[in-house]
Ligand binder design. Structure first.
Ligand code: PRX
Length: 651
């Protein structure tokens, strides 16, 4: 169990109850009978799916050959058709889909019709570049409207996209391009973050010589003269040139419900990220329905999800969920504290945001920065708040409720994963009585349990492993080109049950409390990182012999990276070396992987079989009494480590 999070202690003591406000309850889309309907899960999901457009209806709702699920067998569907074409012959065509704000303050508004036009043209442009149904396209972009257009254009021609978070390094991009065997890359010259220009095309250029499958690169001009962008003749094309030259209409491909919609790489317990495969019909159904009922989206609402599209949250609840519902949303390119800490609240006021979906890390930052930034703004448009990505400590929940929501907005604490594709455990606003820190109950049509080491459900009050016991439509179908890892990671510990790798507690009232990861994955500011991935990055440095990485409790970020490093003979553990290694981790993975602390040691504790004992490292880092060390090969290592860590802390 990820025991680095001190907040968990207060979480498990939490007793306060927050019933939904009466007026919210009266008008809410989700009513309690949704849980009743969800009991017949196949009929429930089929109902949800029938609200989408299908070229050909399915023959059968679900085929479940453990661990492989197929949803909406033989149904034919297209994602971009459902997100845009469906609205083109209705008044929604002129409705705003995206109100975008760049970090420097530039603005753009795209209606559904604007999106339709741009997506059709880009889809044709991609076809001209030789991209065909089934080809993978990697997208490496900042948070600009073109990223949405790029994703939808791919889906229109049946080319699965693989979005790589723009904050990842060039090397991380290379690994993901090569694993996917992507034929094209869509990127931008750069983007803005905290007033700085972040080069993306230049970064991609560093690795494009090592990506043999890439035939063409499409580049959006975002920052223009702020960067020198070189274009390689015959390979690189400006987005605007490609789009301007393209025909206006592109017939959407009729995709099978089980055709791959996208790939998204996510950290696993080994160093190599996993290509999580999502398919079309089930995924669209799952995110459509969860967006509708969990965010209670009604015409006139302005939704804002503050995530980056490079993560699953952005895929499901910026791109597909909102657009499938014909929603209007805000999209913002930059940092919450640029040019000052009031930026988000100015956005809420300016665009009259009514539904805000954010993270515990941001809420904790705002708590620290003080309420002044909120008080300066009129936030009365807000009516519903959401959170995702890591456990929320009750203090942060209550602060969010009180200062952001003015004690009138329900909070949906939504638990899910890259692999689940859709929200799985969440309150239904207007129905659920919330307990701060608890994600409450499984969404209708899904089934979740907490089980003990033997796989038996725990009694109320007990804790154990969080598992999912029934297939759900947006579930991952496999790991790209790695079926073995798919079976082993998710389906081998408890036969027939999907292992989430989260620990959870089920309380006496049947509420679920997520306690954090039980594997070697850490969540830094809600971003998922594998300790092994960071270790590999550090060991790749010429001075490093060995490294052991753990997550340590961090007041704002929830967890931060701490690395215990053994240097090779002849290298010194100086502050300069610490800095160099931090930079190295950034270069290999990205800024989010930069260790907060690096401790130079001569040994790391290992079991006799050679496994790093992370639990012990965590105990040292958190100053806790040491647990069982009987399996340790060199017990003396601990004393040294403890000494080094403590002196490091004092400095
Ligand atoms: O540990 C859980 C945590 O985030 C993990 C999934 O990370 P990722 O695939 O990056 O997806 C994040 C966005 C969906 C989970 O295994 N997590 C996510 N949401 C919550 C959470 N932990 C507690 N409460 C949540 N609401």
């Amino acid at each position: 169990m990820s025991d680095s999070n001190k907040a968990l202690e207060s979480l498990l003591e939490e007793k306060r109850l927050f019933p939904p406000p009466e007026d919210f309850k009266k008008a809410a889309l989700a009513t309690a009978d949704l849980y009743e309907k969800g009991k017949e899960s196949e009929a429930f999901w089929a109902d949800m799916a029938s609200e989408l457009h299908w070229f050909k209806p399915w023959d059968e709702v679900l085929e479940w050959k453990l661990p492989f699920a197929k949803w909406f067998i033989n149904g034919k569907i297209n994602a971009s058709y459902n997100c845009i074409d469906r609205f083109i012959s209705s008044p929604t065509r002129d409705k705003v889909a995206i109100m975008w704000e760049g970090e420097p303050g530039d603005e753009r508004t795209l209606t559904y019709l604007d999106l339709y036009r741009e997506v059709n043209k880009l889809a044709n442009a991609l076809k001209h570049l030789g991209i065909k149904r089934g080809d993978r396209v990697t997208i490496y972009m900042p948070m600009i409207p073109e990223i949405v257009v790029a994703m939808l254009a791919c889906t229109r021609i049946g080319a699965p996209h693989s979005v790589v978070f723009g904050g990842f390094s060039a090397e991380a991009l290379r690994g993901r391009i090569n694993d996917a065997g992507a034929k094209a890359l869509i990127t931008a010259d750069g983007g803005y973050r905290r007033g700085k220009v972040i080069p993306l095309k230049q970064a991609a250029d560093e690795i494009l010589k090592d990506t043999p499958t890439i035939e063409s690169v499409v580049v959006v001009r975002r920052v223009g003269d702020a960067l020198k962008t070189t274009m390689k003749e015959g390979r690189d094309y400006w987005y605007h040139d490609a789009v301007n030259a393209a025909e206006e209409y592109c017939e959407p491909e009729q995709m099978d419900a089980e055709d791959m919609l996208f790939l998204l790489y996510s950290s696993g317990t080994t160093g190599k990220p996993k290509g999580v495969v999502h398919t079309t019909g089930g995924y669209l159904t799952g995110v459509y329905a969860t967006f509708k009922y969990i965010f209670d989206y009604k015409p006139g609402d302005i939704f804002w999800c503050t995530a980056d599209i490079g993560w699953i949250t952005g895929h499901s609840y910026i791109v597909y969920g909102p657009l499938l519902n014909g929603a209007t949303q805000v999209m913002y390119e930059g940092a919450p504290d640029y040019p000052d800490r009031g930026r988000w609240w100015r956005i809420v006021e300016k665009y009259s945001v009514s539904i805000l979906y954010s993270t515990p890390t941001s809420i904790r930052s705002f708590m620290k920065w003080g309420t002044k930034w909120l008080e300066e703004r009129n936030l009365s448009s807000l009516r519903l708040l959401g959170t995702v990505g890591e456990p929320i400590n009750p203090e942060a929940w209550v602060w969010y409720y009180k200062y952001v929501g003015n004690e009138k907005c329900p909070i949906v604490d939504t638990w899910w994963q890259t692999e689940t594709g859709q929200i799985m455990i969440t309150p239904l606003p207007g129905v659920t009585v919330c307990k701060p820190g608890s994600a409450t109950h499984p969404f209708p049509g899904t089934e979740v349990e907490v089980v003990d080491e033997q796989g038996n459900p725990v009694k109320p009050g007990g804790s154990g492993y969080l598992v999912i016991t029934k297939p759900w439509p947006a579930m991952l179908r496999t790991l790209y080109k790695d079926e073995k890892r798919y079976r082993e990671t998710y389906w081998s510990k408890f036969p027939g049950k999907y292992l989430t790798s989260d620990g959870a507690k089920l309380d006496e009232d049947g509420y679920f409390w997520i306690l954090g990861r039980v594997d070697d994955i850490i969540k830094v500011a809600g971003h998922r990182l594998s300790t092994m991935e960071i270790e590999s990055a550090l060991v790749d440095h010429h001075a490093v012999a060995e490294a052991a990485v753990i997550g340590i409790s961090h007041e704002i970020k929830g967890e931060a990276v701490a690395a215990f490093v053994i240097l090779k003979e002849g290298f010194k553990g100086t502050p300069e070396m610490q800095q160099e290694l931090k930079m190295h981790a950034r270069k290999k993975i990205g800024p989010i992987a930069e260790p907060e602390t690096i401790i130079f040691v001569s040994e790391v504790p290992k079991t006799r079989s050679g496994k790093i004992m992370r639990r012990l490292l965590r105990d040292i880092a958190t100053g806790r009494a040491l647990g069982d060390i009987s399996t340790l090969s060199e017990p003396g290592v601990i004393a040294e480590l403890k000494k080094r860590y403590e002196s490091e802390e004092r400095e």
